[in-house]
Design a binder for this molecule. Structure first.
Ligand code: DC
Length: 210
């Protein structure tokens, strides 16, 4: 069976939690595509001693290995900002395209979350979701995850800067696919958001069954 679930949306809206839960419920493989950009961004920053060289970033993207996605530093605020910067580079996006497209069409089905999954990576995905939440709620969730290293104001400012960069870039900007289900998680518990996502994805399975 080939069955693709595309989950897009801004930072800290709940895409990862929802994506993992949908994948577990339906026995699908899961890929957090943000990790690809985070790995490239961190490596490019380290190699350039704090300055990202676009051509070198593309080279890093071409050489990316699965182990590179396991580095613990990929969840930091530094990695988030670097990821968003390298993600605006068309050469970097092009280098990561094939891997993501192949993952999306792998035998057994797949869930991918990111910014351009329903529009660029898997425009023919059987199920698409665009997950959002208010800026303030997203900042609160992210700050809680980060264990108090930054103030809520700082986290909110970073999230807004990242959203603006991700939505405003020319290369595959973050945008809801026309056929995506819009899921606003501002006032939803995790369980309710996951249940809504699973119900939508199940409704798109062949013959409506799991
Ligand atoms: O989902 P995330 O916060 O881990 O993503 C980190 C950055 O990577 C995000 O700010 C934008 C970029 N990204 C992207 O441009 N396209 C994707 N499919 C996934 C992430």
């Amino acid at each position: 069976m080939k069955f693709t679930v595309a989950i897009d949306g801004p930072a800290a809206a709940g895409k990862g939690t929802i994506g993992r839960a949908v994948a577990a419920e339906l026995g699908l493989a899961y890929l957090d595509t943000g990790l690809l950009y985070r790995a490239v961004g961190v490596q490019a920053l380290d190699d350039g001693r704090g300055v990202i060289d676009p051509h070198w970033a593309a080279e890093i993207a071409r050489r990316l290995e699965p182990d590179d996605l396991e580095r613990p530093a990929l969840r930091s605020a530094r990695a988030s900002a670097a990821a968003s910067k390298v993600a605006a580079l068309p050469e970097v996006r092009a280098a990561l395209l094939d891997f993501q497209k192949r993952f999306a069409r792998r035998e057994g089905g797949a869930v991918l979350d990111g910014r351009d999954i329903g529009t660029v990576i898997a425009p023919n995905a059987e199920a698409k979701l665009f997950v959002t939440a208010s800026d303030e709620v997203r900042a609160r969730r992210r700050a809680a995850e980060m264990d108090g290293g930054q103030s809520l104001g700082q986290v909110l400012a970073e999230i807004r800067a990242r959203d603006a960069r991700d939505a405003g870039r020319d290369a595959a900007p973050m945008v809801a696919a026309a056929d995506a289900l819009l899921l606003d998680t501002t006032d939803l518990s995790i369980d309710a958001a996951v249940a809504a996502a699973i119900a939508h994805v199940k409704s798109r399975l062949p013959q409506g069954g799991a």
